[in-house]
Every structure is written in C-alpha cells, then in structure tokens.
Write a protein that binds this ligand. Structure first.
Ligand SMILES: O=c1nc[nH]c2c1ncn2[C@H]1C[C@H](O)[C@@H](COP(=O)(O)OP(=O)(O)OP(=O)(O)O)O1
Ligand SMILES: [Mg+2]
Length: 197
C-alpha cells in the first residue's frame, strides 16, 4: 500500500487526514506515529511558507512523500489575527482552551455582523527530488459568543459555520469533512497527488 506521512503533531489534524483518504488505498501516518520526530520551527509569515518548511524538512529526513498542513483562524475584526499564530495565540504551550478564551475576550461586546472569520488551510506536498507544490482552502464563518459542541478540535467550538447554522464542533465528522478548509485544500491537491505517491 502507498504510504504518506502527514508532517503534523496535531492529533485532530491527523485524525481528519486519516478519514479524508479512502481506507485501504493509502496508509496515512503522522509524526505522532514516528519515534523522536523533528520539531520544525514555524518561522514563515504565511500559512503557505510554514507548510513548505514543514513538508520539505520532514520529507528530507524520511526520504519519502510528505504533506504538511499549516492552518489557522483569521478574524476580520482583529485584522486577520490570530492567523499564523493561531496555535500559540495565548502562549507557547499551545492550549486550545486558552486560545479560545483569548479570542472570546477580544470579541466581547462585538456585534454579530462584525464577527466574520475564516479558517484557512495551506497544504504543501514534498517528495525527494521533486518540486514542492502548495494549495490553499478556506471556509467562512462567524465567531460565536460562546462554545457550542464537542466535535473537532482547536477553535471548532467557537467557529459558527455560515452555511450550516451550527458551530464546526456541532457537525459530524462527515459534515466537517464535506466543507472544511482542510478538505477543500486536499480536494485541490488530488489532481497532482498521484505524481507524488
Ligand atoms: O479544522 C480546524 N478546526 C479548529 N481549529 C483549527 C482547525 N485547523 C486549524 N486549526 C487551529 C488549531 C491551531 O490553533 C492552529 C493550527 O496551527 P498549526 O501550526 O497549523 O498546527 P499545530 O501547531 O497544531 O500542529 P502542526 O504544526 O504539528 O501541524 O489552527
Ligand atoms: Mg504548528
């Protein structure tokens, strides 16, 4: 079976990638399945730059095809923050609950029509001896007043999906996979992926 490493230490992302690839066709591993994985520093100014950094470094180390995902939340009222700092918004320990609390505090009292936001996902695919390619996917929504739902990960409990009238955390796995920024980006990658795996 073809093997693909997803250059992530985020269990939520790894779970979604496993379910986005048809079972039995591609074996999807993440850095959480490997011993002593590298920690790639995210020094880029954009999601795309960070995805390239992660994909190329991990692909070089394991000499195999790697997809990296750099993603996050852009809130218009905060001029695009937390953006590339989404994971470390409330501090270096990358705590989802602290990050959510910080966003809710910053948007406290802000009316519904000014709470527009989007999730962005940049994917980079890298393979030894091949040119790295990137794609980006997005999904639009609003920042909810409080947490709702237990599904997903990260900022999902406060991300109200425009087209679903529920938060991302209230959607089933299948519903999220049908509309998410990650699924949207992966769809764009499908056409070129066979050249890499
Ligand atoms: O579908 C999503 N639903 C909710 N939140 C999400 C989603 N997708 C990204 N996010 C948030 C989580 C984290 O705060 C940041 C990603 O940061 P990002 O650096 O790309 O990932 P990470 O550090 O958790 O793992 P890694 O770099 O090992 O892939 O955006
Ligand atoms: Mg990261």
């Amino acid at each position: 079976m073809k093997k693909l490493i997803i250059a992530t230490k985020n269990e939520g992302k790894a779970r979604e990638f496993r379910s986005l690839f048809p079972e039995g066709e591609v074996e999807v591993l993440s850095l959480l399945d490997l011993e002593e994985p590298l920690d790639v520093e995210e020094t880029g100014n954009t999601f795309t730059e960070n995805a390239i950094l992660k994909a190329e470094e991990i692909s070089r180390k394991y000499q195999t095809t790697v997809i990296a995902d750099d993603s996050g939340l852009e809130i218009d009222y905060l001029n695009g923050a937390p953006g590339v700092y989404s994971a470390r918004y409330a501090g270096a320990e990358k705590n989802d609950q602290d990050n959510i609390n910080k966003v809710l505090k910053e948007l406290s009292g802000v009316p519904a029509n000014k709470r527009t936001a989007r999730f962005v996902c940049a994917l980079a695919v890298s393979s030894p001896g091949k040119e790295t390619k990137t794609v980006t996917g997005t999904v639009d929504g609003y920042i909810n007043e409080q947490r709702e739902g237990n599904g997903g990960f990260g900022y999902d409990p406060i991300f109200f999906v425009k087209d679903k009238c529920r938060t991302m955390a209230e959607l089933t796995k299948e519903e999220k996979n049908a509309i998410s920024h990650r699924a949207n980006a992966l769809e764009k990658l499908q056409g070129i992926l066979p050249e890499y795996i």
